[in-house]
Design a protein around this ligand. Structure first.
Ligand code: NDP
Length: 245
């Protein structure tokens, strides 16, 4: 039993949900953050008293501050933070979808930063007390590979990847690990918010042709990296379906 206390954003579905299940199975407490209260409630019910549902919107400072209070009241300080909340809203740049650009930047980059800012002190404190402390950011292979119409999404993930690398220089000397995970195609709800039928279809065709990882496979990886001895930091991991170039 690893007995850690984790905060997982994006826990209402996909990777975040799978990571929550995985961590509870190995004996951790998990605070489940996302906006859909009903989904979090169902998951918390399934996972039992080691799970705390916390309705939170990472694009709102006030909401994240409220989440911190709820997590601390229920569990005390945390020693593992997983930033999995994210949105992927591709469209041609010529469409000028400022609404989508703002949403992606505010969720995928500033949202992750808000969460890091909110729980970073907990991680530093845990490490100073001799415990293992982890920040895990779910970036994307899109941080490195360019796809037409995914420019802004890719840019947010490149920013998160760079942020993760840079944060190691601030957290590493204080024994807080930072792990950046860059998945390829993974079977989740992520593509469900695409409002361009052509691009929605293209994503489906890619999955049919290449196959996809499961959210459980990402969760298994998170379980692995966060269970190494605390001086071992797998700082950057690309995980792809074997057929994805
Ligand atoms: P999902 O859409 O299933 O999960 C995203 C989660 O983020 C949802 O639970 C959603 O819950 C939550 N979320 C979205 N916006 C907010 C917000 N403003 N505040 C709080 N929570 C929010 O997709 P995935 O599991 O695939 O996505 C997880 C991460 O993995 C994302 O960062 C994504 O970019 C990344 N990724 C995914 C890949 C894939 O192929 N699936 C590949 C590479 C990276 P709610 O709506 O209730 O808030």
């Amino acid at each position: 039993m690893s007995n850690r206390t984790a905060v997982i954003t994006g826990a209402a579905s996909g990777m975040g949900e799978a990571i929550a299940r995985h961590l509870v199975k190995q004996g951790d407490r998990v605070a489940l953050l996302a906006r859909r209260t009903d989904r979090l409630g169902e998951l918390a019910e399934e996972l039992g008293d080691r799970a705390l549902p916390v309705t939170a919107d990472v694009t709102s400072r006030e909401s994240v501050d409220n989440a911190v209070r709820q997590v601390h009241d229920a569990f005390g300080p945390v020693d593992l933070v997983v930033n999995s909340a994210g949105v992927m809203l591709p469209n041609p740049i010529d469409d000028g979808r400022e609404d989508e650009w703002v949403r992606m930047i505010d969720t995928n980059v500033t949202g992750a930063l808000r969460v890091i800012g909110a729980f970073g002190a907990d991680l530093v404190e845990a490490a100073a007390a001799g415990r293992t402390a982890d920040l895990v950011n779910i970036s994307s292979i899109g941080a490195h590979v360019t796809f037409p119409n995914y420019a802004v999404y890719g840019a947010t993930k490149a920013a998160l990847t760079h942020l993760s690398a840079s944060l190691r220089s601030e957290y590493g000397p204080r024994d807080v690990r930072v792990t950046n995970i860059e998945p390829g195609l993974t079977d989740t709800e992520l593509g469900g918010h695409i409002d361009n039928d052509g691009l929605q279809g293209q994503l489906g065709q890619m999955v049919d042709a290449i196959g996809a990882l499961s959210a459980d496979e990402i969760a298994d990886l998170v379980g692995y990296v966060t269970s190494r001895p605390r001086h071992v930091n797998l700082r950057q991991i690309v995980i792809l379906p074997t057929r994805q170039a």
